[in-house]
Design a protein around this ligand. Structure first.
Ligand code: GLC
Length: 452
């Protein structure tokens, strides 16, 4: 969205909240600004919505948490425990709501709510790429040193804490990190691929003769594609923005050409043509049904894949680092992860912090690791013998974590991401050539970065 559109939107939001604009007038002006009608309607609802006083168990402070999607239901179980223990003692009740599958959709939901200065969700789950953007809009209340002293903070992974820091303040607390992994079937793959070319060869050797598809990943036009593209690109030694000067766009490089050409070559060959509609969950479903030799996904798919109640390939697979290519000798995961933040418009910020603090403690972090096979931010979890015994994944993550790299960091991340998603997707769909996609991406990124 352009700055003038944002200003126009803020103006009509202010007017509708002040009762100076009718519902119809709001929708007409939102359409004129270029907002899709579904987005305008949900924004309108958010302008009137505030669930702070409803729901819950009659406790004095009812707060709502809409999280990122959690297929393992670990978050729900943790919320139930909080309500029965600390919540009971302190008069706080948390209502948990399952969020949408795409991080982009959760962002839209939150953006509509926050533009309307609403707190229909008090506890925000913020993807690691968004704290700066939320902070720049003052949508979350910073976590102070007295709330979370450095003696506690130092026990958490520094990367996620850094990702939540903007202009010297901590705008969210790191709940969990994430990193892209290569999953492979031990019964089908004899040699673990080191390079992207090895992967393509190995996948082609077993599919479709022994397994329906060679490789499944996230090729839909959404944030997941930014992660998958970054990983192949970083694996070839390329970059998106200059890490020392994020106003410099470096994406149109020979390394990026190799990386994008590699991805385009998978679609309809080792990967189903429908991979361009896949997010994490569709890839996991194909994989767990035993229909792919390789999958790129996050650690959460490890626990679910090993659950015989829902997976046909329990104990038949393992994980390794993502491959590399060109003259590079090491692969790189994109760093993902989710953070908890206090909605700046919440009526109960202290209760929100109480709950966030509970989610950062050893017990909650351990359950996130064991029950959800999700990578905690509390460092001691990685050497906890119970965790290592129940989720052997954790014993393999050290070098992968070490080589993981962030997506570009920007307070205008949505615009950066949108440019990557659109142009990479067009290449995958063969609507434009690899060269054209990269030069269009370069131009779009220059605009996005210049506006920052
Ligand atoms: C995972 C990651 C998040 C990323 C998203 C993309 O949820 O934790 O950082 O943006 O996947 O789909």
């Amino acid at each position: 969205m352009l700055p003038e559109q944002r200003t126009a939107l803020d103006d009509i939001i202010g007017k509708i909240r002040a009762g100076r604009l009718t519902r119809r007038g709001f929708l007409e002006r939102a359409a004129a600004i270029g907002l899709a009608s579904s987005a305008a309607v949900s924004l309108l609802e958010a302008c009137g919505g505030n669930s702070n006083s409803s729901g819950g168990n009659g406790a004095a402070k009812n707060i709502v948490w809409t999280s990122e999607q959690d297929p393992s239901n670990t978050y729900k179980a943790l919320v139930d425990d909080f309500n029965k223990t600390i919540g009971q003692q302190k008069g706080i009740h948390v209502t948990w709501q399952q969020g949408p599958a795409k991080t982009d959709d959760l962002l839209t939901q939150y953006t509509n709510m926050l533009r309307a200065r609403s707190s229909s969700t008090d506890v925000l789950s913020i993807d690691i790429v968004f704290p700066a953007q939320f902070a720049a809009s003052q949508w979350t209340t910073p976590i102070s040193d007295s709330q979370w002293p450095s003696s506690e903070r130092q026990n958490y992974l520094p990367g996620p804490i850094q990702g939540c820091t903007y202009q010297g303040k901590l705008w969210a607390a790191p709940l969990r990190t994430d990193l892209g992994l290569l999953y492979y079937r031990k019964d089908l793959v004899s040699k673990v691929p080191a390079t992207w070319d090895d992967l393509a060869k190995s996948a082609a050797a077993v599919s479709p003769s022994k397994v329906k598809y060679g490789y499944v990943w996230q090729g839909d036009q959404y944030e997941g594609l930014v992660c998958d593209f970054s990983e192949v690109l970083y694996g070839y030694g390329g970059s998106i923005l200059d890490s020392n000067d994020p106003t410099k766009v470096t994406v149109n490089s020979p390394e990026a050409k190799q990386a994008l050409a590699q991805m385009v070559s998978w679609v309809g060959t080792i990967s189903p043509a429908a991979v361009t509609t896949y997010q994490e969950e569709p890839s996991r479903n194909v994989w767990q049904n035993g229909d792919a030799a390789f999958m790129r996904n996050w650690p959460y798919a490890y626990g679910l894949g090993n659950d015989p109640k829902e997976s046909k390939i329990a104990n038949k697979f393992d994980i390794t680092a993502l491959p590399y290519g060109g003259s590079n000798t090491v692969g790189h995961s994109a760093i993902g992860g989710w953070n908890l933040a206090i909605n700046a418009f919440s009526k109960n910020p202290d209760a929100v912090w109480e709950f966030i603090h509970y989610m950062l403690q050893n017990d909650a972090q351990k359950r996130i690791a064991i029950d959800g096979s999700r990578t905690s931010t509390l460092q001691s979890i990685y050497t906890d013998s119970d965790v290592l015994a129940k989720q052997p994944l954790f014993g393999k993550l050290g070098p992968i974590l070490k080589n993981a790299l962030p997506r570009p960091v920007s307070p205008k991340y949505s615009d950066v991401s949108d440019a990557i998603q659109r142009n990479v997707y067009q290449a995958l769909k063969k609507q434009v050539s690899v060269d054209a996609a990269l030069s269009n991406l370069e131009a779009d990124l220059k605009k996005a970065v210049a506006a920052s």
